[in-house]
Ligand binder design. Structure first.
Ligand code: ADP
Ligand code: MG
Length: 241
């Protein structure tokens, strides 16, 4: 589903990714952890070609690209991959339902009624069916984030990428978003999640990847967090962020 091979990325002379190799199998759930600035978000964004890579290759859902990707492939890539960020980026002037159906009618050229049916399905998946007529500002942060997840799911992705989707939320709202992700995990969705929620990572991830200074420094099963092998990971876990 994902294969990064020797991926390098520079921002100016800041060498942000220094040869990342990472494979994700269908149905696998990978949690990426690490200090702020270690390159987690950049690595994730490279998987959706939101950042171009400077060296190496990326294969995601059968689409292979290096520094560039043809426009037609990019369009297909974006249909196969859903990405959700810390900020939900919902359109404030559109209802929850329209936020979800917009890409379906404009990008996927579906009829309004077909799109509405899908919106109902994905809103039920995140437990927000009754909110379809509301506007984003009428919802809590946790609910808005669940709408953002539903909007991604509506496109029928094969792979979901989550970048610290609970970081902006109060602790009591974090749980409801994590439960949605857990449910997706049980349904077999392939996912890569960048997270600071260590207990959550241990619970849902098949594999944990610890990034340090632009490299994968340590990776392993969830137990790795109980028994870190490198001093850097040990210190990261001891000191928190
Ligand atoms: P993390 O998600 O682990 O906190 P990031 O991938 O966001 O780390 O950032 C890694 C490094 O790349 C940091 O030094 C950051 O300042 C830099 N960086 C990230 N995005 C950009 C950008 N768009 N332009 C310039 N530098 C960036
Ligand atoms: Mg980040």
């Amino acid at each position: 589903m994902v294969r990064l091979e020797n991926v390098h990325k520079w921002f100016g002379d800041n060498h942000v990714l220094k040869g990342i190799d990472l494979s994700v199998k269908p149905g696998e759930i990978i949690a990426i952890i690490g200090q702020s600035g270690s390159g987690k978000s950049t690595a994730l964004r490279c998987m959706d070609h939101l950042e171009h890579i400077d060296k190496g290759s990326v294969t995601v859902c059968g689409h292979t690209f290096g520094e560039n990707i043809p426009k037609s492939d990019l369009k297909m890539l974006r249909q196969d991959v859903g990405i959700v960020f810390q900020s939900y980026n919902l359109f404030p002037h559109l209802t929850v339902e329209r936020n979800i159906t917009l890409a379906l009618t404009s990008v996927k050229k579906m009829s309004r009624s077909q799109a509405q049916e899908i919106a109902n399905t994905v809103l039920a998946q995140v437990g927000l069916q009754e909110k379809s007529r509301m506007y984003p500002e009428q919802l809590s942060g946790g609910q808005q984030q669940r709408v953002a997840i539903a909007r991604s799911l509506a496109m029928g992705p094969k792979l979901m990428l989550f970048d610290e989707v609970t970081s902006a939320l109060d602790p009591q709202l974090t749980g409801e978003v994590l439960r949605v992700i857990e449910k997706l995990a049980r349904e077999g969705m392939t996912m890569v999640l960048v997270t600071h929620e260590m207990a959550f990572a241990m619970k849902v991830a098949h594999r944990i990847v610890y990034m340090y200074q632009g490299k994968i420094h340590e990776q392993g099963g969830p137990q790795m967090l109980r028994d870190p092998q490198t001093p850097e990971l040990k210190q990261f876990l001891d000191n928190g962020l």
